[in-house]
Design a protein around this ligand. Structure first.
Ligand code: ADP
Length: 502
């Protein structure tokens, strides 16, 4: 009998379920987008209910497809893993299962005032304990906003009637019974993005919760990333199958890319870009605007940490070009438009739509297109959009090299944008090191599957994961050094034009 692991990949724009076989190859998948709710500038929300019903649908659809092709049944699925958009915050009623407010998405900037007040002039006040700056990105202040702005919520939270979760907790709670005994649990990687967890002890920090104003009764239990949490208890969808892995999406991609040794790094090109460098047992404090975060913890083993460079807007800038300007009608079209010109024509596009994340952490920045002349056309703009992703990646990699004290020698990449050959070549040119794409580009889902499969013994150890990793394509740098540095200097100048705007 052939067995499989099911991964639920609950992302910012869509929810996927992918079934993987023992070789780590995709056997079946299903995907569904959900609404992006944008009530006003800077606010981004999702319907948590829609996300949960989409989750059930994609799991059922992935199973049905596999059943049609390969005669797979529920009894062939040995475990379920969950990866999720991180930091996105849900608060719900434990008795009814109803969220008391939409999920506030990681990109949302409404907590700026809360963060500034908590910072009192020092945004790095909590960095020693949490690895994070006080920024709108993280979950803790989002919880506080909901409790302050929904009638009676703070009192109900204190009475223990409400539950908080990042999306992993929300999905797990619903999948294990919801109001009828659902498990209220999160994993260390997701907990490390709240500003509420102590990175050294891996437990909620009482003082931080008090300062940010979060009643601790609302918080889930923190568990490792790879252990059996409990069985699925949904009608009809994989009943009884153990849920055995949870990783935040970027940590999942790092695990799926088999970045298991100190010094190994990956960059995921999705809605935003996220570079993670495995630093092993060391909680490396960044001096250059990076985050310190939990990379993964396998059962009772010691946690593995990472340095992270988070970039808010990369692929979503391509969507913006499609949806807000209508210059292209689908994301892949941008490549043909960009190759219609030999270079950016002097135009630089800094997509500071949510301020700037790493390495700047400037909430006051807003987007700008600079260097415009009458010469600049749609093709140049398309190029500037793609180049923005590569430039922002270069900034983060430079920061990482400076923090780590050694330079990266190659970069493993994944995510929706790595289909773009022009971008991948430009990225290699700009970094001056090879860029390598694996055969399985669904590394996020694969990482969640690995975490779950390891917990139930489907894969025996991390050597199995390394053996499964295979290269699809490599891009080598071909640009002259002086040209690379000239372009990069122009970019950095463009970035300064976005500061001090909002
Ligand atoms: P997420 O998991 O964050 O939802 P994905 O990894 O699915 O994102 O990547 C989707 C992103 O990639 C979208 O923002 C889309 O604009 C972008 N994208 C997809 N295909 C291409 C392409 N060929 N060229 C450039 N960008 C692309």
């Amino acid at each position: 009998m052939t067995e499989y692991v099911a991964a639920i990949d609950q992302g910012t724009t869509s929810t996927r379920c992918i079934l993987f076989n023992h070789a780590g190859r995709v056997v079946s998948s299903a995907c569904q987008e959900h609404r992006q709710i944008l009530p006003r500038a800077g606010w981004v929300e999702h319907s948590a209910q829609e996300i949960w019903s989409n989750t059930l649908e994609v799991v059922a659809a992935a199973l049905a497809k596999a059943a049609a092709h390969n005669e797979v049944t529920t009894s062939d699925i040995v475990a379920v893993g969950i990866s999720n958009q991180r930091e996105t915050t849900v608060v719900w009623d434990r008795a009814t299962g109803e969220p008391i407010y939409h999920a506030i998405v990681w990109q949302d900037t409404r907590t700026d005032a809360i963060c500034r007040q908590l910072a009192g002039g020092d945004a790095n006040r909590y960095a020693d304990r949490t690895g994070l700056p006080l920024a709108t990105y993280f979950a803790g202040p989002k919880i506080r906003w909901i409790l302050d702005n929904v009638d009676g919520a703070m009192a109900r939270a204190r009475r223990g009637e409400l539950a908080f979760g990042t999306i992993d907790s929300w999905v797990l709670w619903n999948a294990t019974g919801g109001p009828d005994g659902g498990l209220h649990v999160t994993d260390v990687t997701n907990a490390s993005r709240t500003l509420l967890m102590d990175l050294a002890t891996l437990s909620w920090d009482e003082d931080l919760c008090a300062e940010i104003g979060i009643p601790m009764r609302i918080l889930p239990k923190i568990r490792s990333s790879s252990e059996v949490y409990g069985p699925m208890r949904t009608r009809g969808v994989l009943p009884g199958v153990p849920i055995a892995g949870i990783l935040g999406d970027q940590q999942a991609a790092t695990f799926g890319q088999a970045c298991l040794e100190i010094g190994e790094a990956k960059n995921t090109y999705g809605t935003g870009n996220f570079v993670l460098l495995n630093t092993g047992a060391k909680r490396q404090r960044s001096e250059h605007g990076l985050l310190t975060t939990v990379c993964y913890q396998l059962g009772s083993a010691d946690p593995v940490y990472a340095l992270e460079g988070s970039i808010a807007v990369t692929g979503s800038l391509v969507q913006w070009l499609r949806d807000n300007l209508g210059i292209i009608s689908s994301a892949p079209e941008i490549e043909a438009l960009a190759v219609s010109v030999p270079d950016n024509g002097g135009a630089y596009f800094v997509p500071a739509f949510s301020g700037l994340f790493a390495p700047y952490w400037r909430a006051d920045a807003r987007g700008a297109i600079v260097g415009l002349t009458r010469f600049v056309n749609r093709g140049h703009l398309a190029r500037a959009v793609l180049e923005a992703t590569a430039f922002q990646t270069r900034e983060v990699i430079d920061a990482m090299n400076a923090d780590a004290g050694v330079a990266l020698t190659s970069l493993k990449v994944d995510g929706g944008m790595v289909a773009n050959e022009l971008l991948m070549q430009f990225q290699a040119d700009l970094l001056g090191v090879p860029v390598i794409r694996p055969v399985v580009s669904e590394t996020t889902a694969l990482g969640a599957a690995y975490a779950a499969g390891l917990a139930v013994g489907f894969w025996s150890d991390t050597e199995d994961l390394r053996a499964n990793w295979a290269k699809d394509k490599q891009w080598d740098p071909a640009m002259a050094d002086d040209e690379r540095e000239r372009l990069y200097a122009q970019w950095r100048k463009a970035v300064t034009r976005t500061f001090d705007w909002a």
